[in-house]
Ligand binder design. Structure first.
Ligand code: MG
Length: 266
């Protein structure tokens, strides 16, 4: 374990396991963020969860005493709508997701339909009201009409909760659609997909190569950064221990391993 001996031009933070764990802010987070704010460096908070709006994350951070702007919260609602607006602004989307996703697509001016003959993009997400009707619409759009493509908000298999419980996440819905149609999901907008960084990088004000990604998971936070050649710091406050790095190839290792966020700054 180390203390980082340099300042970066911008700081990207994973949220759960890095800033807070469940309903508690993690040690040294508030003072570390205050030191970064003193230098007026860009900060972003990242989450793969598409079932909460950035405003809900802002409220949660405020309860922990963490000041942030809504534009600094980048979850997969932001990356998905940001990518669609830039690359497929005229696409008709069929969202298989919860109300915050539907609201975010509407706010971004993206057309939506459940008519398989009109759908350009089937967008699979974390949807606790997924049912056979939605699967049939996706199937008809992809397999019968053969005009749509399949994308997902985030690649997670399950979403963990404090106490060890978890819920099936977007990957389960992608798998049901892929299994029935034979169509492969072509794009996802959450970690470790570099698509998330493309959207963040566009508004950051400094190059990603001058920024550091800070997170508690090797396979998502660190992998995403390494994919684009960005520096990454693994913090051991979440579900990863330093012993878990044994045998990990150099290309997949974080630049830094820190015990808490205090060690992230010189
Ligand atoms: Mg995490």
């Amino acid at each position: 374990m180390t203390t980082v001996d340099r300042w970066y031009g911008a700081y990207l933070f994973d949220l759960d396991g890095t800033i807070y764990l469940g309903d508690e802010v993690l040690p040294t987070v508030v003072e570390t963020l205050a030191r970064i704010r003193e230098r007026k460096l860009p900060v972003r908070f990242l989450s793969n969860n598409p079932t909460k709006s950035p405003a809900e994350y802002l409220d949660k951070l405020a309860r922990f005493g963490v000041d942030a702007e809504q534009s600094e919260i980048i979850n997969t609602l932001v990356t998905t709508t940001g990518w669609l607006r830039t690359h497929r602004p005229d696409a008709v989307v069929f969202p298989i997701g919860e109300q915050p996703l539907i609201d975010a697509l509407a706010a971004a001016g993206i057309a939506m339909s459940d008519d398989p003959a009109l759908i350009d993009v089937v967008l699979a997400s974390y949807d606790r009201s997924f049912d056979y009707r939605k699967l049939q619409i996706a199937f008809d759009a992809l397999w019968f009409h053969k005009r749509a493509v399949l994308m997902s908000t985030n690649p997670d298999r399950y979403c963990p909760f404090p106490g060890g419980r978890a819920e099936p996440d977007a990957a389960a819905i992608v798998a049901a659609i892929e299994a029935s149609t034979g169509v492969v999901c072509e794009r996802t907008f959450g970690k470790p997909s570099a698509q998330m960084l493309e959207v963040i990088g566009a508004g950051l004000g400094v190059r990603l190569s001058e920024a550091v990604m800070v997170g508690d998971r090797l396979a998502t936070d660190i992998a995403m950064a390494r994919r684009v050649g960005m520096d990454a710091a693994l913090v051991l406050t979440g579900d990863f221990g330093v012993g878990d790095l044994d045998g990990v190839p150099d290309a997949e290792r974080p630049t830094w391993v820190v015990e808490t966020l205090a060690d992230l700054l010189p």
